[in-house]
Design a protein around this ligand. Structure first.
Ligand code: ADP
Ligand code: MG
Length: 601
């Protein structure tokens, strides 16, 4: 094809190429159209989608409308009413400014614009078809002030693009997310989202951001969070953040908006983990939906065609605002008492659990950390048992029955390890050869239950609930559930939609036993959101089931249980990590202790 001659591409080819950057799928069309409506000052926006947006997307608003003379320009490349010279790019306060969205959409679909400008008595209708590039039909339109844009048959002229689209339900979810994001950025605007499944989401205009977040995330979540704000000379930040005891299994409720645009800010999760360090155990994350308003000249939104990324000129300043806001929330929820403070976990160990840390001073840190952080809960006392010359904890637990004890003495005689006792009601201490084993027994128990479940085959029966449970979910989760009822039913959850935010759970996977249905449901929702296959979903259900039925730290084990668990650890048949990946064995070598006590150098 390359004949070595350079030529300038015709407009329709240019547009089709840039369409690939701006219009990735139906959700980006929705995003561009909704942003245009917001830029037009609308306070009511209705979105309709058919077949996840592939057949039709319609966005109507009551904004200022487009003048008849400008309508044809609107669908031309680099035609915009929002900026006029290069200086304007320095401080953009509208969503749009590139003037390419409508042109790109027109290049890959059939586009109809129905509009009436406030100053005109008659409206205008424009139609353009991707199969006839550059040709537009203009006629009269008798409708109210405002604009309706209809996009039909997306990508019909570029079938190759369709291959890159996600499953229809995923695309629909993205589309809804776009709308929910816009709704969070503009609380005073009323939105509806209508799909062919006759489901309609309704977000009436809210008086405040706090109220809008409540509409979207539901009362339960909002009550578990605190709404807080901070203002500074150059910027303001506000949002909803977790109270210390509201922690989620994933980071999915962490989002930063900068000047109304949801952005992927790389450091957000890190900053939040730092702020919540003292209250969040590993694997638990706070919710934080944050809105930063900053002088537009301090951010550059023009680095990504879809504007998902922004460049901050002073990210350290933004980081400190985020940290301060989180601090304010944690201070305000003066519940930050002993109850919430999670024991400091041992310093990060090497990835391979069975490997001993080589540096003696690091080992020293391990032990000093344990003692300082655990002062409150006094370690269990030890006593010597004569028959085995081993230390056992004192406990009020009944002695094992006679036969079992015999069995267990027999076991002892053949093995090369012994249990020394239990520490802080959390760890088993065991000795083998020249090594001290510290075993986190809850996590170990979890692993063994999980392995057993998987070995026996995870039962796929349902367990009907005697009393259906009502679960309040976010709007997004609720829609995900209603759109995947069959899939949920396959894994054991029978549910009905009760209201926009509430689901009735009628059955749960039998393997769960007596546990918190809502917690499991949210775990399952996460799995489905990540498009995992149903056997993988079963794996995580098994992992959660194991976690919930395993011994909790804080309950002592009987001697027998401690022995059996330790036996399994040394059996070599199990991975020494809990099903969620946390290591549960740490070894300290005799030589490490010798170094600490300076017995040997
Ligand atoms: P941009 O938003 O970057 O300016 P678009 O291609 O999205 O570019 O839109 C081009 C122009 O069409 C806008 O600048 C605006 O003047 C006009 N326009 C588009 N949608 C609407 C709408 N819903 N209401 C009023 N004007 C609109
Ligand atoms: Mg635009």
């Amino acid at each position: 094809m390359n004949n070595g001659r350079i030529k300038v591409l015709p407009d329709d080819v240019k547009n089709r190429i840039s369409a690939g950057e701006v219009v990735e799928g139906p959700s980006s069309v929705i995003k561009e159209l909704v942003e245009n409506s917001l830029d037009a000052g609308a306070d009511r926006i209705d979105v309709h989608v058919l077949q996840s947006g592939m057949k039709k997307i319609m966005v109507s608003d009551n904004g200022c409308g487009i003048m008849r003379d400008d309508v044809a320009l609107a669908v031309m490349d680099h035609a915009t009413s929002k900026i006029s010279d290069v200086h304007d790019i320095e401080g953009i306060d509208t969503y749009g400014f590139r003037g390419e969205a409508l042109a790109c959409i027109a290049a890959v679909s059939d586009l109809t614009v129905l509009t009436r400008h406030v100053s005109e008595a008659t409206g205008t209708r424009l139609f353009s078809s991707a199969s006839l590039p550059g040709k537009t039909e203009i006629s009269d339109y008798a409708g109210p002030v405002g604009t309706t844009v209809i996009v039909e048959n997306l990508f019909y002229t570029v079938p190759a693009r369709k291959k890159f689209l996600k499953a229809p339900q995923t695309e629909l979810r993205y589309g809804r997310q776009v709308l929910l994001n816009a709704a969070q950025a503009s609380p005073g605007v009323s939105f509806t989202f209508n799909t062919d499944q006759k489901r309609r989401q309704n977000l009436p205009a809210a008086d405040s951001l706090e109220e809008r977040l409540r509409q979207i995330y539901g009362n339960e979540t909002s009550d578990s969070c605190i709404f807080e704000e901070l203002t500074d000379l150059q910027a303001g930040i506000c949002g909803m953040l977790s109270k210390p005891d509201f922690l989620l299994p994933s980071r999915r409720m962490q989002q930063l908006f900068i000047n109304g645009r949801p952005v992927d800010y790389r450091y957000l999760s890190f900053l939040l983990s730092r702020a919540y360090e003292a209250v969040a155990p590993r694997g638990k994350y706070p919710a934080a939906v944050l809105f930063l308003t900053i002088d537009p000249s301090l951010v550059d939104v023009n680095i990504h065609p879809a504007k998902r990324e922004v460049k901050l000129f002073d990210s350290r300043y933004v980081d400190s605002l985020i940290l301060h806001l989180a601090e304010k929330v944690l201070n305000r929820s003066h519940n930050i008492n002993e109850k919430y403070i999670h024991p400091v976990t041992a310093p990060e160990m090497s990835d391979d659990t069975m490997e001993v840390q080589e540096k003696p001073d690091q080992t020293l840190t391990v032990s000093s950390e344990y003692s300082s952080s655990q002062k409150a809960s006094s370690p269990v006392s030890f006593r010597k048992t004569e028959d085995q010359g081993t230390l056992f904890r004192t406990s009020g637990s009944p002695a094992p029955v006679r036969e079992l004890r015999d069995l267990y003495i027999n076991m002892t005689s053949q093995r090369d390890w012994s249990v020394l006792g239990q520490l802080f009601k959390t760890y088993i201490l065991a000795e083998k050869g020249d090594e001290l084993y510290i075993i986190d027994f809850h996590a170990a128990h979890e692993r063994f239950l999980y392995d057993e479940l998987r070995q026996r085959g995870i039962p796929r029966e349902k367990q009907e609930l005697l009393f259906p449970v009502m679960a309040e979910l976010s709007m997004d989760d609720c829609s995900l559930v209603t759109e995947n009822l069959e899939l949920f039913s396959e894994i054991g959850f029978d549910m009905d939609l009760f209201s926009d935010n509430t689901i009735t759970i009628r059955s749960v996977p039998a393997v769960l036993g007596k546990v918190d249905e809502k917690a499991f449901l949210s775990e399952a929702v996460d799995c489905i959101r990540e498009d995992r296959r149903s056997d993988r979903i079963y794996d995580s259900i098994a992992a959660t089931a194991a976690c919930h039925s395993a011994n909790r730290a804080g309950d002592l084990l009987t001697d027998m249980e401690a022995e059996l668990l330790t036996e399994k650890v040394f059996s070599g048949k199990h991975e020494l990590r809990c099903p969620h990946g946390r290591p549960f064995v740490h070894i300290i070598k005799k030589t490490d202790l010798e170094k600490i006590f300076k017995r040997k150098l």
